[in-house]
Design a protein around this ligand. Structure first.
Ligand SMILES: Cc1ncc(COP(=O)(O)O)c(C=O)c1O
Length: 391
């Protein structure tokens, strides 16, 4: 239908940055040593991995020894939660989270509930925010872990992580945050925010896919969750993904160098996009209007299915998503949209446009030109819209 492509699905994944790619290239070709080897190939790889660890630590306000490499954000979430609960088993079995976490957190907790861990799922308001008073009231004598995301992947809402961290610290409870969607897009300082455990993922900020980090605050003796060799100081067995680690560090460093300027520029494009999309009748913004990630614009479009919109936008060369990529295709309205109280007919019409610093003004214009056409033509054939039941 068109030769033009506009990639507006950066919350699902981003393209590799040129800087990350060129940093990785030597380790995919000539410098292919195993960091555990004693010879010069091994030493070259080891030096590169340790340099990457220090760069990442610097970006997060951490120390090199607090950074552990994993194979994804999902693995980091799993490790943090399962092992924190194991570590604290003698002190209690209660965990607090929210109802809008990513499945990497929610499904891990569901699994733990079968092992007699009790979980309190805090509700959220219509913007996706938690109440700090509710958090404090949910704390019990046997609460050992609070796991709350830094920002939501579907609606972009940024949660009050600094305040949550302070509450957890005051009560002597471990605090883990899933910062997969936030890292590289908003400032993060693990010490200042009283974060004990933090998960991040390389492919959300122009690093390679299949790379992740778990930050573990010094002094926390988190048990290992993968057994085998002595890699990652006996904490995470398996030969390191050397090129991936180098790429993640280069992308994170680049993102942090340009964080202030990029987030201002991206947020201003996002706001123009939001303003334009909201001109379409019966379209509503989801998520917090102010405390939201710079790149995420998310909507509920009345009278049509999100999936149909995504498919028709794709025919115009526009890559978007409905809810999170992971729940797309399941047919069920996403748990996040249900948690913010969207009525099913609106939750089914969810659309997420996630942009980056590479998104041009022309890209935004193009989306704003085509989306109304898509919505109108789908509404024309929608029995729901025609019956006017929703209006
Ligand atoms: C908030 C959040 N947590 C965890 C993940 C999982 O990260 P990964 O794709 O690296 O496994 C995602 C991915 O979309 C996410 O958005």
């Amino acid at each position: 239908m068109t030769g033009r492509t506009v990639y507006a699905d950066n919350a699902a994944t981003t393209g590799l940055s040129e800087r990350a790619l060129s940093a990785m290239m030597p380790y995919l070709a000539g410098d292919y040593g195993n960091p555990s080897s004693l010879h010069k190939f091994g030493r070259t790889a080891r030096l590169a991995v340790e340099t990457a660890r220090c760069k990442i630590a610097e970006c997060l306000g951490a120390e090199g020894g607090e950074i552990f490499f994993t194979g994804s954000g999902t693995e980091s979430d799993n490790w943090a939660i399962k092992s924190a609960v194991r570590l604290m088993r003698d002190r209690g079995r209660h965990v607090i989270t929210t109802s809008i976490e990513h499945h990497a957190v929610l499904h891990t907790l569901e699994h733990l509930e079968k092992e007699e861990i009790e979980v309190t799922y805090l509700g959220v308001d219509e913007c996706g925010n938690i109440s700090l008073d509710e958090l404090i009231s949910a704390i019990r004598k046997d609460t050992v872990l609070i796991t709350i995301m830094t920002a939501n992947n579907e609606i972009g809402t940024i949660l009050p992580v600094r305040e949550i961290g302070a509450i957890a610290r005051e009560h002597g409870i471990l605090f883990h945050t899933d910062a997969v969607q936030a890292t590289g897009h908003i400032p993060i300082d693990v010490k200042d925010m009283c974060i004990d455990l933090l998960s991040l993922s390389g492919h959300k900020f122009k690093g390679p896919k299949g790379t992740g980090v778990l930050y573990v605050r010094n002094g926390i003796r988190l048990p290992s969750d993968i057994y085998g060799g002595a890699q990652e100081r006996n904490m995470r067995a398996g030969t390191e993904n050397v090129a991936g680690i180098i790429g993640l560090a280069a992308a994170l460093e680049e993102a942090f160098e340009n964080l202030d300027q990029n987030s201002l520029e991206v947020a201003s494009k996002r706001d123009r996009l939001i303003g334009g999309v909201l001109n379409i009748p019966e379209v509503f913004l989801t998520g917090d209007p102010i405390a939201r990630l710079p790149g995420i614009a998310s909507f509920a479009v009345e009278g049509i299915e999100g999936e149909s919109m995504v498919m028709m936008l794709d025919r115009y060369g526009i890559c978007a998503s409905s809810g999170s990529a992971c729940s797309s295709g399941s047919g069920a309205a996403s748990h996040v949209l249900q948690a913010i109280g969207l009525k099913p007919h609106l939750a089914h019409g969810s659309l997420r446009l996630s942009i980056s610093e590479d998104t041009t003004d022309e890209d935004i214009d193009y989306i704003l030109e085509k989306l109304p056409v898509v919505v109108e033509s789908l509404r024309r054939i929608s029995p729901l819209w025609a019956s006017g039941k929703n209006r």
